[in-house]
Design a protein around this ligand. Sequence first.
Ligand SMILES: [Zn+2]
Length: 83
Amino acid sequence: MKESKPYTPFANIRYCGAKTRTTPQPCKGSAMANGRCRLHGGLSTGRPVTTGQWTKQAIQQRREAVQLIKQMKVMCMLMTYEA
Ligand SMILES: [Zn+2]
């Protein structure tokens, strides 16, 4: 006769596991999609900021500036090694 596994109804439920302040055990709340329970998951940080320095254009400009600086650093490194 085939040996069957013991019935464990909650085997697939993931738990929050956040460090709790009141007890030494980790939190046993069932986890949401983000891995934490409803108490430890945190709330939304609000809608994305799309004005001022966080517009797509401003972010793109900063990225390009960072790329240029990186290229300049590489150039400087090469120049110092070749000398
Ligand atoms: Zn929790």
